[in-house]
Design a protein around this ligand. Structure first.
Ligand code: MN
Length: 304
């Protein structure tokens, strides 16, 4: 795992159905994400925030809300993430709503093509984010990034990383899913996404889930983690726009992160959908940072 990390703030809620994720980057900084990672011997640079268009808060137009602004924000994210990866650093994208996963992962996929690496994407989320404009009732693009990455969506979005589709659905593993729209469900099955939903985690446990989700990676695999904070149970993490009950507990989430850290393969990370307007005394930001620390190898006891 790289020990040079760059923080990139993307302060926008342009793809969300509730305002406030635009304040996520600063809340993560207030929860000390930088100094805490430095405490683990990691060299951290904070590049500050990207500066994209404001949120006009308009209804959907031909199935999409704010498409032009979403494209601009994702282009900015793509360029920033790609620059860090090309410079041999690990980007951590501080969101911002999850529509930006599209720009981030398009850049990661482009980097993997340049470097001849295999890509594995872990999508930690309550939602599959696999909607299209035909399927989504809301038009909010934060419900569409996975579909766009797999080539289903408007060309302006699917082509941001220079190749359509940016990734194959085979490279994805979704974990923690518990809210999927009816049409989206059908589409997830058609495409054959590998989904470990909450029922699977309940029945088989987080350990077995992660063993499967992390299987068949090798020394040449770049692991990208897209961490939507609504992955967590809302009792633990109330500060998100779309809380869905029945998520992973604190210990399950810790185990998930620790097993990712054990692979030593994580090369990039998105921390998305943190909404300080809905949080309680920055508790959700602090839990997110605590879990990120585990992604970077914090464990309760020293392990040999
Ligand atoms: Mn999401």
């Amino acid at each position: 795992m790289l020990n040079k990390v760059t923080l990139i703030g993307a302060p926008t809620d342009i793809g969300a159905g509730a305002r406030g994720a635009s304040m996520g980057p600063e809340a993560l900084r207030v929860a000390n994400i930088g100094p805490i990672l430095q405490g683990h011997g990691i060299e951290v640079q904070d590049r500050g925030n990207l500066n994209g268009p404001p949120n006009p808060w308009l209804p959907p137009d031909q199935g999409y809300r704010h498409l032009a602004e979403v494209v601009t924000w994702n282009q900015l994210v793509h360029d920033a993430v790609y620059t860090e990866l090309s410079g041999g650093r690990m980007p951590i994208l501080l969101g911002g709503d999850h529509c930006l996963g599209l720009g981030s992962i398009s850049a990661v996929a482009r980097h993997c093509r340049d470097a001849g690496k295999k890509l594995r994407v872990l999508w930690l989320d309550a939602h599959a984010d696999f909607n299209t404009s035909d399927l989504t009732p809301s038009g909010n693009i934060h419900g569409m990034p996975v579909a766009c990455l797999c080539g289903y969506g408007p060309t302006e979005l699917t082509s941001i990383g220079g190749q359509v589709p940016a990734i194959s659905p085979k490279w994805l593993r979704q974990i923690g899913i518990r809210s999927v729209d009816a049409g989206e469900k059908k589409f997830v099955h058609e495409v054959g996404l590998e989904v470990y939903d909450m029922r699977y985690i309940d029945e088989m446990g987080m350990r077995h889930t992660m063993e499967l989700a992390l299987a068949t990676m090798d020394a040449n695999t770049h692991l990208h983690v897209s961490f939507d904070v609504d992955f967590l149970d809302p009792d633990l993490a109330p500060g998100v726009g779309t809380t869905i009950p029945g998520g992973p507990t604190y210990r399950e989430a810790q185990l998930c992160m620790e097993m990712i850290a054990d692979t030593g393969r994580m090369g990039s990370l998105d921390v998305m959908e943190l909404n300080p307007a809905l949080d309680v005394r920055n508790k959700t930001a602090e839990i997110a940072v605590d879990l990120i620390e585990s992604l970077f190898g914090k464990s309760t006891l020293m392990r040999k």
